[in-house]
Design a protein around this ligand. Sequence first.
Ligand code: HSE
Length: 321
Amino acid sequence: MMRISVASAPATVANINAGFDVLGFSLLGICDKVQACIIPEKAVHIKKIVSSGQGEWENIPIDARKNTASVALQAMIEGENLPHGYEISIEKGIPLSSGLGGSAASAVAAVVAGNQLLKRKLPLSKLFSYALEGEAVASGGIHGDNVAPALYGGITACLKNGIKDFQVVSIRCPKKLYCSIFHPAFPLETKKARGILKEHISLQDYIQQSMHLTGLLMGLTLGDYDLIANHAKDIIITPQRKSLMPFYDLFAPELMKVQSLAFGISGAGPSLFALSQTLRQAKIISELFSRLGREYKVSGQVFVGPVGAARPGVKIQKVKK
Ligand code: HSE
């Protein structure tokens, strides 16, 4: 009998406006899956990539040196000096370059699937560092704000203590917090969305943004919705990036009229997210997203779900060789 490990990892919303490259949360209902089995050769082979979702995914590299899932597993083989390699199949539920953490989710699902086949299981902190190496090939920089919530679930802060030394801190999530997503049907590469950012900011902006990050973190941990609404804001990155998604300025005034706690760009975009205190409000916002998409001719999909409720899953299947 051959053992096949099947793992899933959720989509994620990185930054949450105030915490660029630091904060993120997992999204229930959209995920990538990776199937893995052990092979004698100390390498990773990608057998196939299929899609279970909608949106762009055909351009995901099947070259094992460029795919986030295989690069993450290769890092694990080398880092742990494993005596074997893996053959993997990837099922993309998260569209490519959507701002929903698809490259991180594939890397996380790969290391979770690979780990499940090991006799001695690795701690999450090690899986995190290998998944991060995988994510880096797609995003053009090492930042763990998608990998952390995809692997740990919930709302996370990814803190960097040294060049390759990261610490993931789980942040308390208010009991009632929902997310609405608008995913426009065009890709935006993270590398491009990072490449346009200025290297320097003013002291005044630094102070204001520090207040927003502190206010959002306090709001989340205290369950204080006013603090969340006042501080889930970004005055540094969003003003620079919104030109890459021209619909942002058309949607924003309408979103300000409804009672969302916050809205903004999900990760590097082009998806938008909004936070609500109730599921009912989150559904109203997703209907608004659909209406605005029709009005401004931006075709796309909407999702609604609880913030931070998703985490990776894994199971072993035994099949005849
Ligand atoms: N923090 C990253 C960015 C997330 O906004 O560029 C990318 O997925």
